[in-house]
Design a protein around this ligand. Structure first.
Ligand code: SF4
Length: 234
């Protein structure tokens, strides 16, 4: 049984309106917010003592490859305790205006975490070459940490070239998020979001089913499994 329901047309309409309003978001100058701890989906810590960390940016304005996902993105949620959009706008400020200091702070946070596994972007995406370069530095400077992320920015040719460098590193898994009949870039793992409850030709994310595993228990995405992941829309 699914852990979360597929959104109704009415819920999708509300999400579209929220996502439309996010077009006006801007970076916010403020204190360092940084990496968040793990959550219900990622897990917090597993029996191998791996610890989840999550990095987020405001959606829409950092999503140059977005298309139909702007009609249903799950980050269109006004619960600021779970989706602290202003803090994510602070993260964006640091990513744009204080890149060197942000690299230092991220490495500091990762360095004091036991066996860190970092999800890049539960919200947001790779929005520029400079920003991809920031993650190249962080991934290089933390060879014992594991990183993973899903991205639509592969649809932007220049960003795809930059992400190929990032993806080539041994401690990161980048997964191309596809819609409809899109074909992933050569050699890339991919993921699809759909309304079917399962797909026989893909790895069905176990977290979305009742009593399923969280990411730290599963590990399919951040380990080099080569699999392609299916998510049910929620
Ligand atoms: S497939 Fe596994 S690692 Fe990937 S999102 Fe689902 S639970 Fe997390």
């Amino acid at each position: 049984m699914l852990r979360r329901t597929i959104p109704t047309q009415r819920q999708l309409k509300t999400r579209r309106a929220i996502l439309e309003s996010y077009r006006d978001l801007l970076p916010i100058e403020g204190e360092y917010y940084g990496l968040e701890g793990g959550n219900k989906k990622t897990g917090i810590k597993n029996d191998k003592n791996q610890t989840a960390l999550v990095w987020n940016l405001p959606p829409v304005i950092t999503c140059p490859g977005a298309s139909e996902c702007l009609n249903y993105c799950y980050n269109a949620d006004t619960r600021i305790d779970v989706f602290p959009i202003e803090r994510w706008c602070c993260n964006l400020y640091w990513a744009v205006q204080k890149q060197e200091e942000l690299i230092y702070r991220l490495c500091e946070q990762i360095g004091r975490t036991m066996n860190p596994v970092v999800r890049i972007h539960s919200s947001g995406d790779f929005f520029s070459s400079n920003y991809i370069g920031l993650w190249e530095s962080v991934v290089d400077l933390n060879p014992s940490a594991l990183f993973w992320g899903y991205t639509r920015s592969w649809r932007v040719p220049k960003l795809l070239r930059d992400m190929e460098r990032l993806r080539a590193k041994s401690n990161i898994q980048l997964i191309a998020s596809l819609e409809r009949n899109e074909v992933p870039p050569a050699g890339w793992r991919f993921c699809i979001v759909g309304d079917d409850h399962r797909r026989d030709d893909m790895f069905n994310c176990p977290e979305q089913y009742s009593n399923g595993k969280n990411c730290l228990d599963c590990g399919e995405c951040f380990c080099d499994t080569k699999s392609n992941i299916y998510f049910v829309r929620h």
